[in-house]
Design a protein around this ligand. Structure first.
Ligand code: CTP
Length: 420
């Protein structure tokens, strides 16, 4: 089953810090978490902390959504399986009850078609105030699950109900809500927001390598290449979007983990080889990484110093394992094995030779003569035994989506892997 997706809306209040622990618990149990902070919440927790913990972009403002293009607020509110508001302040509950949508959090809450769970936190008087009582009753009547706050001493010194339930209790309520979540009622005449045919890789497991590898010479120096990792990460994002379970083995690149992707960071080719082997079996493997062909034969344990004589230290190289070729030969060879090749000349001929040499099913040949690694677009030729499929130059995310369509088509006739 795909990992449950939680949209966590964090309201402002002293209890907001507990949202950090909640995110940790949810991630630990394998859920995908996207956080949205209200303006007031930003006073208590930073987007940076939440981004690091959730391994996902954090949203704070309706208007800075450059993502209106890649992800509009409607989609953000609906791709989740459950919307959780924690802490739900008196103000946030009031705006929810009134249907006000004057910031990102309340807009998402009004636009969602998914179940909503609210974990309140406020001063005891505010919780017991008739206005809050009324708002909670309205929300419950609307189908929102509003948890009872904990009772105890409050930050303000008063005593009574109003403390945010413990993260473990919120997590239990989330598990319960997910287990009993009703299917969203479609609006008559509206298309389903994410029709099944937009997730053509649902139930498939895909392994992707991306980025360069760093091969240490001594503690401060390494051999590397100019791979930015952008194309591999875009492919991982597109695979997850298409519904696949995605394992991304990434060399050192400062890119955020795409939503829904499981990422394992490695440094060297040998580390990458180990993680790839452990990631098998998969329905398809796409080796986008620009693996360093050679490493330093010996890695110095201390920084190599100039000795003043002008003599250059010898740098002996050893060949790295060819990860793609070993996967091709392994007993767990994926039914679809794809290699990438950046070429500057005789692109197709080199790709055809590489296809045979590596033993894979496709070589995605990338003509880098005009646009070296690190650019935003790619011009690809998919070389296989069936022939050559040449694409126009496209942005890397468009390339990724087109590749997913082709992969989905290719896998259509093959049964998904047996899963434990
Ligand atoms: N690859 C790999 N392990 C290596 C080297 C390459 O898995 N040690 C994979 C890459 O991820 C890519 C494909 O093999 O999918 C082709 O990489 P490339 O560097 O073009 O192949 P090389 O065999 O190194 O060929 P060249 O001589 O052109 O560098």
């Amino acid at each position: 089953m795909a990992a449950p997706r939680i949209l966590l809306i964090i309201g402002g209040g002293i209890a907001a810090y507990k949202a950090i622990e909640l995110v940790r618990l949810l991630r630990k149990s394998g859920m995908v978490v996207r956080c949205v902070l209200t303006r007031a919440a930003e006073q208590f927790v930073t987007p940076l902390t939440l981004a690091a913990l959730s391994e996902n972009k954090v949203y704070t403002n309706l208007f800075d959504l450059k993502d209106e293009v890649e992800m509009g607020h409607i989609q953000l509110s609906r791709e989740a399986d459950l919307v959780v508001v924690a802490p739900a302040t008196a103000d946030l509950l009031a705006r929810m009850a009134a249907g006000i949508a004057d910031d990102l959090a309340t807009t998402l809450l009004l636009a969602t078609d998914k179940p909503v769970l609210a974990a309140p936190a406020m001063n005891v008087r505010m919780w017991l105030h008739p206005a809050t009582r009324r708002n909670v009753a309205t929300l419950r009547g609307d189908g929102v699950t509003v948890m009872e706050p904990d009772e105890g001493e409050m930050a303000c010194g008063e005593y009574g109900p109003g403390r945010l339930p413990e993260p473990a209790a919120i997590k239990a309520a989330i598990d319960d809500a997910l287990a009993h979540a009703p299917a969203p009622a479609p609006l008559t005449g509206q298309p389903d927001f994410a029709p099944a045919d937009h997730r053509p890789l649902f139930g498939r497991r895909i392994l992707i390598t991306a980025g360069p590898t760093h091969e240490p010479i001594d503690p401060v120096r390494y051999i590397a290449n100019r791979s930015s990792g952008k194309q591999g990460f875009a492919i991982a994002a597109a695979a997850a979007e298409a519904g696949a379970e995605v394992l991304l083995v990434a060399g050192p690149v400062p890119l955020p983990t795409p939503p829904g992707v499981i990422r394992i960071d490695v440094e060297t080719a040998r580390e990458m080889a180990v993680e790839v082997e452990q990631g098998l079996p998969v329905d398809a493997a796409i080796m986008v990484a620009a693996v360093a062909d050679w490493r330093a034969a010996d890695t110095a344990s201390q920084k190599i110093k100039k000795d003043g004589s002008g003599a250059v230290p010898p740098l002996a190289l050893a060949e790295n394992p060819d990860i793609l070729a070993s996967v091709a030969k392994s007993a767990q060879r994926p039914p679809l094995l794809i290699g990438f090749a950046a070429e500057t000349n005789d692109v197709i001929a080199h790709a055809e030779a590489k296809l045979a040499r590596k033993g894979c099913d496709w070589i995605v040949a990338n003509d880098v003569s005009a646009d070296p690694m690190g650019g935003e677009t790619n011009r690809l030729h998919i070389v296989s035994k069936a022939g050559v499929d040449s694409w126009d130059r496209l942005p890397k995310d468009a390339v990724a989506r087109k590749l997913m369509e082709k992969i989905a088509h290719e896998l259509e006739t093959r049964a998904p892997l047996e899963r434990d």
